[in-house]
Design a protein around this ligand. Structure first.
Ligand SMILES: C[S@@+](CC[C@H](N)C(=O)[O-])C[C@H]1O[C@@H](n2cnc3c(N)ncnc32)[C@H](O)[C@@H]1O
Length: 259
C-alpha cells in the first residue's frame, strides 16, 4: 500500500470530484465499502497526516498495520473505556465525550489535520456541540468526515420512537450480534442532526465554523430483509426515493467539511 500522507497535491481536487472519481453512486453498499477509500483519497489529496478517529470503539477504521503503511498518525477516541480497551494497541487512545465542554482541551486544540467517525453521530445527544469541538481540534485547513444513518428512513424513525426497553430486545432478536456481549453491540441513538437534507444540517455546520461543506446522501439498508412482504414494500419505496433523490427519507449520509 502506497504511503499517502505526503505533501498536498498542487491543485487539490474538489471533494465532489474525489468521490466522483471513486465512482460515487447513492447506494448504501457503496457508502460502506468506500468510506475508508474516501478518507484515504482526501488525506492524500490535501496532505492530511494527523488523524483523530472519533468513537472508533473496538473496531477502528484503519488497522495498525494500515496506519503505518499509509503514513498516518491516528489517535483513537471513544466515550467508553471498555470499547477503547477492546481496540488493538498501536494507536494513541483518548477517552472522552466528543461533545463535552472540555473535549477540545483533552484532545488538543488545532492538533489534528483530519477527523472522522463512522456510525457515531446518531449516538451523540448534542451534535452541534460535537461539530464545534471538531472545529476546535482541527488545524487551520483541516478536514472532517462523518458517516451516519439519516432520518426519516423508517428503521431509524422506529428506533427513535420505540423506547429503548422495546427496541433493544427486538434488534437483538433479529441480529444476535447486537447484544451487549456481541461483536456489534447496540448503543442508544438520538439522531440529533442526522439528516442528509442540506437545509437541516448545513446551517449548523456553518455556525460551527466550517467553510466548505459537502453532504452526500445514500439509500438502502438490510434491516427488513428478514421480513417478507414488508421487505418488498420497503425496498420498492426506498428505490423510488433513491431515483427521485428524496433526501428527507435517505438512509445514510457522508458529511465532509473543511475548516
Ligand atoms: C455504533 S459504535 C461505532 C463504532 C465504530 N466507529 C464502527 O464504525 O464500528 C458507536 C461508538 O461511538 C462511541 N460513542 C458514542 N457516543 C460518543 C461520544 N459522545 N463521544 C465519543 N464516542 C462516542 C461508542 O462508545 C461506540 O464505540
Amino acid at each position: 500500500m502506497a504511503n499517502v500522507a505526503t505533501a498536498q497535491s498542487a491543485t487539490p481536487r474538489d471533494i465532489r470530484k474525489i468521490v466522483a472519481d471513486l465512482g460515487y453512486p447513492t447506494d448504501w453498499n457503496w457508502a460502506w465499502e468506500n468510506y475508508k477509500p474516501t478518507i484515504i483519497a482526501i488525506a492524500r489529496e490535501y496532505g492530511l497526516k494527523r488523524h483523530l478517529e472519533i468513537g472508533g470503539g473496538r473496531d477502528p477504521l484503519f488497522a495498525p498495520d494500515e496506519v503505518r503503511a499509509l503514513g498516518f498518525e491516528v489517535t483513537l477516541n471513544d466515550i467508553s473505556a471498555k470499547e477503547l480497551s477492546l481496540a488493538p494497541s498501536g494507536y494513541a487512545k483518548v477517552q472522552c465525550d466528543i461533545a463535552a465542554a472540555d473535549a477540545p482541551e483533552i484532545l488538543g486544540k488545532e492538533h489534528y489535520d483530519l477527523a472522522y467517525c463512522r456510525m457515531v453521530m446518531e449516538h451523540v445527544p448534542d451534535v452541534a456541540r460535537m461539530w464545534r469541538n471538531i472545529h476546535a481540534v482541527l488545524a487551520p485547513g483541516g478536514m472532517a468526515l462523518s458517516f451516519f444513518p439519516t432520518l426519516y428512513a423508517p428503521p431509524y424513525v422506529l428506533n427513535r420512537l420505540i423506547p429503548e426497553s422495546v427496541s433493544r430486545p427486538l434488534l437483538e432478536f433479529v441480529f444476535p450480534d447486537r447484544k451487549p456481549d456481541g461483536d456489534n453491540p447496540k448503543f442508544p441513538a438520538h439522531y440529533d442532526y442526522c439528516f442528509s437534507d442540506e437545509s437541516r444540517i448545513v446551517p449548523m455546520l456553518r455556525d460551527a465554523g466550517f467553510s466548505e461543506i459537502t453532504v452526500l446522501p445514500f439509500w438502502g439498508y438490510s434491516y427488513f430483509w428478514k421480513f417478507p412482504i414488508l421487505r418488498q414494500i420497503d425496498a420498492g419505496f426506498t428505490r423510488l426515493a433513491q431515483d427521485r433523490g428524496w433526501r428527507s427519507v435517505s438512509s445514510f449520509a457522508y458529511v465532509i467539511v473543511r475548516k
